[in-house]
Ligand binder design. Structure first.
Ligand code: G6P
Ligand code: MN
Length: 441
């Protein structure tokens, strides 16, 4: 019997990118069946039909189906790719605007946008993992769901023994961008990195001769030459948000020159500037709602009507390759190196053992074997400790429904200047998320 992969949140606009990569790797993966599961019937139908047609066009023997029945979907599954978004991007946009109205960061994984998203996701994702434990306990769960930092803490707390890897394509996107910039094949580089999801740093980039190339990048930054970093990545060039983000990465590296930052640190280093330069009338959520949230479904409808996907332009992205590469590493026990989120357990020796951290790991049939990091400097440790306490208290809030715990979490988020502001944002978010959040008392 071949492998069965279930895409949980099948109706996501990210699904086509994943099924495209899977289609090219059917033999490698011994792929027999793909099931799209979603509780949104309409979206799942559109992406599901598109996928069926796309596989049929390519004479694929893979069985493709879609369903809103979670137990049916999970039966005999080998891999669950989880990428859910309760409240969709509409709720993302609402959160962003509420935060900006109060003058604070509303980004969906950083600041209180992330807090709010976490409160929508945690109850749902825990149900999914619970069903998985019951219906397909041997399946690997590969979770992409954001805010990954907090979701990975929640899963780790409730299901410490689940076969689950929490992953993010940002580290590999940045690494591939750096490799292109350095003009060295990606596989010839060894990256050293530590942190939390969307909150980490690269400490070294070794080439095959064991030379650290990061100091050279620092020199280029200092001489103002690093603009080339942006010009190498097509996905960045075409998108103002990512262009600005990578400019901020360079700026942050210049200001805190020790290590190379994950781009999401811009929301903490430059919180006030991020708020000032954002547009409350048209946020990132507004952009996503008016672009791929429309085009992907229009394209699906067009393909369904035509009955063929042969001329379809639904393109993949890094996220498709990444999750499939990890799947391949597990199936074939390749022990390739990826950055994933796992329980620290001494990997960062001067950091909380019980905390989930984001570090390089060798991935194989038994999951992730982390690379030892050792002690980290006071600055990074301090940043991470505050952020981790915020993440853990956010999980606690979702599990207990305690308003006081929510306020503790919020006060520990670096983007929040005071109790007054934090409470005002919380109360507005709570009202706007009534349908999704646990009740806070
Ligand atoms: C990167 C991050 C993801 C995030 C995505 C946002 O890939 O790693 O965690 O979801 O960017 O993209 P969007 O287009 O939705 O703003
Ligand atoms: Mn991510």
């Amino acid at each position: 019997m071949g492998n069965k992969i279930v895409i949980v949140g099948g109706g996501s606009t990210h699904t086509p990118g994943i099924v495209e990569v899977l289609r090219n790797r059917v033999e490698d993966l011994d792929l027999e069946e793909i099931v799209l599961y979603d509780n949104d019937e309409e979206r799942n139908y559109l992406i599901g039909e598109f996928t069926k047609i796309y596989y049929r066009d390519n004479n694929s023997s893979v069985k493709v189906s879609y369903t809103t029945d979670i137990r049916e979907a999970f039966k005999n599954a080998n891999f669950l790719y989880v990428q859910i978004r309760p409240g969709l991007n509409n709720q993302r946009e609402i959160d962003e605007k509420i935060c900006l109205k109060h003058g604070v960061v509303g980004q969906e994984t950083c600041g209180l946008g992330g807090f709010s998203f976490a409160l929508r996701v945690i109850p749902e994702i825990l149900k999914i993992v619970e069903v998985a434990q019951e219906v397909c306990p041997n399946a690997w769960i590969l979770n992409y769901t954001n805010p990954e930092a907090i979701i990975s803490e929640a899963i780790n707390k409730k299901f410490p023994n689940a076969k689950c890897l929490c992953i993010c394509d940002m580290p590999i996107s940045i690494e591939e961008t750096l490799a292109e910039y350095l003009d060295v094949p990606y596989k010839d580089l060894t990256f050293k990195y530590f942190g939390l999801n969307h909150f980490g740093w690269w400490t070294n980039i070794y080439n095959k001769q064991g030379k650290d190339l990061l100091p050279g990048i620092r020199e280029k930054v200092e001489s103002g030459e690093l603009k080339g970093l942006i010009q190498t990545n097509e996905e960045i060039i075409g998108d103002d948000y990512w262009t600005k983000t990578f400019q901020n990465v360079i700026k942050a590296f210049k200001m805190y020159p020790q290590y190379f930052p994950n781009c999401y640190l811009q929301y903490y280093y430059f919180a006030d500037e991020m708020v000032e330069s954002d547009n409350i009338e048209f946020t990132r959520g507004s952009y996503v709602l008016s672009t791929r949230e429309i085009t992907v479904f229009e394209e699906c409808k067009r393909v369904i009507e035509l009955g063929t996907a042969k001329d379809s332009k639904l393109l993949g992205g890094v996220h498709g390759n990444y999750i499939v590469d990890i799947t391949n590493a597990i199936i074939h026990d390749t022990k390739e190196r990826f950055i994933v989120n796992i329980k620290n357990n001494g990997v960062i020796s001067n950091f909380n053992k019980e905390a989930v951290v984001e570090v390089p790991c060798y991935i194989g049939v038994t999951g992730a074997e982390p690379v030892a990091i050792g002690d980290i400097p006071i600055f990074h440790k301090g940043m991470m400790e505050m952020q981790k306490a915020y993440e853990k208290l956010t999980v606690e809030t979702a599990l207990t429904g305690s308003y006081d715990t929510a306020m503790e979490a919020i006060l520990l988020n670096k983007t929040i200047p005071s109790y007054r502001v934090g409470k005002a944002v919380l109360d507005d978010l709570m009202e706007a998320n009534k349908e999704y959040w646990p009740v806070l008392k």
